[in-house]
Design a binder for this molecule. Structure first.
Ligand code: PMP
Length: 399
């Protein structure tokens, strides 16, 4: 978790970069919460019941029967063309056609963050992030030693009007999640998307729209992506982790070709290409409309689980604890009564076999110690109530 935990016996000299590395607070917590008796609201792990096992088995068999030589061979860094074409088609709207040449398949969208860091960030480069933001993005970008500039947010997400020329001066990128943000579950309203799309057309830096949760809006009424509003000016990240399965490690970047060219060079050096076999499996499973029936089942499950957690919070939490009511995604964002520290609460919570993620690590700086993230997707409703009741009792005892 901290550098002091690095084994001190290694006789070799590490790079300065490696010496500065710290582990993700979430991964460390997840290790502890793997004990079966722990009710964990910590991990953002999609519910395994939603993994399409049979369609994947059938797709894998078909590919190995009919296309094994290519599926098991090295392939193009850009990715499997039929999958890139499918993605381009999916994101094309009446007003804006996305070209397959704008699509790069990545090994999870996490790799997209790393590649963007590699090609855009120099030591000291200003990088604009939401307050708070995805911890994994901070980890990826931090490798390249940026200077983070936090953009203010409210319950609706990033405050577009706060992006003044002073705040954005010399920025290399703005990283934002408009849909059901990790960690807050917030969704950016249409007017702010339009303002950001407008800004993107004049800005000297890309707006990176990271959107792994967009399909998980409970009402099934998605707002337009910023990519659809400014298709030549937005860098859009997508992922199959939350709509198929995260173990596949298939994500993608949609970006103007001139940036894509550099990203491909960076990816070549990183892993040559994303696995040929899993790219084909994803394409084989989704190509005939599978997601149209599958995604609504995930939405329905998460909507029910979210409702169960909101009801449990209502039932058990003492006055002074507040939380939001997300319209999609996997997370609720909560605040403890003034002065109460969620990291200290976590230590006690783990001793009582319940876990969550403290909000602090999601801030680039000036962390709000009273915040926390609750994931409602991995724990079944009966356990959700029990876990929230336990947590509420610990909070009440601290009041
Ligand atoms: N971006 C965000 C906002 C995420 O929450 C995650 C996963 N937790 C990722 C990117 C990475 O997802 P993957 O690499 O599985 O596509």
């Amino acid at each position: 978790m901290t550098q002091s935990e690095t084994p001190s016996t290694l006789p070799w000299q590490l790079s300065e970069r490696a010496r500065k590395l710290t582990s993700s607070a979430i991964r460390e917590i997840l290790k502890i919460t793997e004990r079966p008796e722990v009710i964990s609201f910590a991990g953002g792990l999609p519910a395994p019941a939603t993994f399409p096992v049979e369609p994947m088995r059938a797709a894998a068999e078909r590919i190995l029967r009919e296309d094994a030589a290519a599926a098991l061979q090295y392939s193009a860094t850009e990715g499997y063309l039929p999958l890139r074409e499918w993605i381009a088609q999916r994101y094309s709207t009446n007003g804006a056609r996305i070209r397959p040449s704008q699509v790069l398949i990545t090994t999870g969208s996490q790799q997209a963050l790393d590649l963007l860091g590699k090609v855009l960030i120099c030591p000291g480069s200003p990088v604009l992030v939401e307050t708070p933001t995805y911890l994994g993005a901070l980890q990826s970008f931090s490798m390249f030693e940026p200077r983070y500039v936090q953009v203010p947010t409210d319950d609706d997400g990033l405050i577009a009007s706060a992006l003044t020329p002073e705040l954005t001066a010399a920025a290399r990128l703005l990283y934002t999640q408009p849909n059901f943000q990790n960690p807050t579950g917030r969704r950016l309203p249409l007017a702010r998307r339009e303002a950001l799309a407008e800004l993107a057309q004049h800005a000297a830096f890309p707006i990176v729209e990271d959107d792994p949760y967009g399909a998980l809006d409970y009402a099934g009424e998605p707002l337009p992506t910023m990519l659809s509003l400014a298709p030549e000016h937005i860098v859009h990240l997508g992922s199959f982790s939350k709509v198929l399965a995260p173990g596949l490690r298939i994500g993608y970047i949609i970006a103007p070709e001139a940036l894509q060219f550099k990203l491909v060079q960076a990816k070549q050096a990183t892993d040559l290409h994303t696995p040929s076999f899993t790219q084909r499996i994803v394409h084989e499973v989704i190509k005939d409309g599978f997601l149209e029936t599958h995604v609504p089942t995930i939405r329905a499950l998460y909507r029910d689980q979210c409702a169960a957690m909101l009801a449990a919070l209502e039932r058990h939490m003492p006055e002074g604890v507040s939380w939001n009511r997300p319209q999609g995604g996997m997370f609720i964002w909560a605040s403890l009564p003034a002065g109460m520290d969620s990291m200290a609460l976590l230590e006690e919570a783990i001793a009582h076999n319940v876990a969550f993620v403290p909000g602090g690590p999601f801030y680039a700086s000036e962390a709000q110690a009273s915040t926390l993230r609750l994931s409602f997707v991995t724990v079944p409703p009966a356990k959700i109530d029990e876990g929230i009741a336990r947590l509420a009792a610990l909070i009440r005892a601290r009041l």
